[in-house]
Design a binder for this molecule. Sequence first.
Ligand code: HEM
Length: 510
Amino acid sequence: IVSAVLHRNTKEGALWVKLDAVGVASGGLFPWGRAIVTSIISTRAFADEGYTKFSKALCRPYALPTTWTGKAIVVVPPSRMHQLLTRPDKQIDSEITNIPGLVETVQMPFVISDPDIYQNTIHFDVVRKKMSKKDMQFFAPITDEEIGLAYEDIWGGSNEWKTINGWDACGQVIARTAQRILIGLPLARDEKLLEASRLYANAVLLGGALMNCFPPFLRKFVGPIIALRARYFRARCVSMLVPIITTRLRIFTAPKQADKVPDDFLQWMIEVAAKGGPEQLNATRIANRLIALMTPLIFATCYVFSHAVLDVHGSPDKEEFISGLYAECKDISEKHGGLGTVEAVDSLYRIDSTIRESMRTSDVAVTNLFRDVSAGKVNLGDGITVTKGVRMAFPTQNIHLDPEYYNKEPKRFDAFRFSRGFEGLDEAGLRARAQERELVVTPTLSFLPLGYGRHACPGRWFAAQTMKQALAYIVLNYDVELTGKPITRKALVNTMVPPVGTQIRIRRKT
Ligand code: HEM
């Protein structure tokens, strides 16, 4: 059936016939069907093969079979990346969009019933307007304070070793900090809301990965069942958020009293919603928008941050990394009287390099930066045109581990890879080479975890600043050891499954 769909006599069928495919056997029954089913556990191997054979050797796109779309996605070679990721979404001959890929990565429609939340993404505008580089001074002292309090409450102050779940412990600190920004005090510290939002984020990630193991025609049936857990936690979050949103809406519509208007994400969200018309000023809808943002704010940030903590502490070079990080954090923190300013956080170059390196080596996904053709056709060269309904992606994980871009041991986690070359320079030397620095927030064609071009992540300055503060806090205040076996990471379809069971031993430094 799959073969017939892929090869039917349409423009799309012509595309699949023309493209080289990976993982599809040349003989036997239902080769495409078998490749699609195998993609559940072999997407990474398929992508490795496609990268070597087609992306690198021939600079050609190839078809990657996947249960996710129930057919294949077109993996575009690095040579076409700049052009495709910087072009306007709408051109005379074609229209592309990144939204379906983002939405379907976590299968949002099964979790949130109101389609306006993911079809009309006005909450993205709030991130774009209020979370740019220039806004970081506003957030720095708030996140610094919340991170410190969160560690004290969650990781504790005991000098005795205790064993905790590393993924949960990192996630709880990030969730609390993210929530402080979203809804302010006192609700941000409400234990029940914190737990529900963190479990919601986990359920969305793991549920999405699981749902994507089923092709769309089966997903219709299993999706609602798998999504029950995420729906339950979402409903709990909504019921806790609606009262505060209702109060804020009242303040918003009342005659203005400047001192009463809070300054947090929820307030900015209400202001943007008001421009969208009265139907947007609905407390449940606003709650769902905040929850939709919890996926990047809590899940993506938690994913990256937990990996950075585990990568540093699980490295054979841990001693060297930790002592280098400690020296930097202590020096900068003493110089700036803490880490609650942009100037202080921006000076944490080794910390920045550690997080960037972890994002490079511990990718969230096998392929990423999805673009669906929504109208017309996109020409990929070599006579290959992609038509409406086809999803394109980039071989991001392969690029991140390619010796052409990372010539020194590309698979090794080398925390100071991006900072080492700048050590020992005086002020003038540092200034002269400032433009050369590759930071977490600097997307390049060989560093794509935060996107590139037109839709590069607008939350990256906030995510980077918060993760840097949170990692520096651990380095300064805790001894951490990984317990159990070394972490091995596997892909489930396109998602790299995080090590949610990893245990760590921690104690407060004396
Ligand atoms: C470390 C954590 C994060 C990672 C790894 C991450 C990753 C990404 C990536 C790869 C994209 C580009 C998608 C594409 O090109 O199609 C993206 C877009 C986006 N991110 Fe993030 N993100 C993170 C944190 C955040 C935060 C904290 C926020 C805001 C609260 C945020 C909000 C967004 C939004 C609104 C978009 C869509 C931009 C657009 O379509 O123009 N992200 N993110």
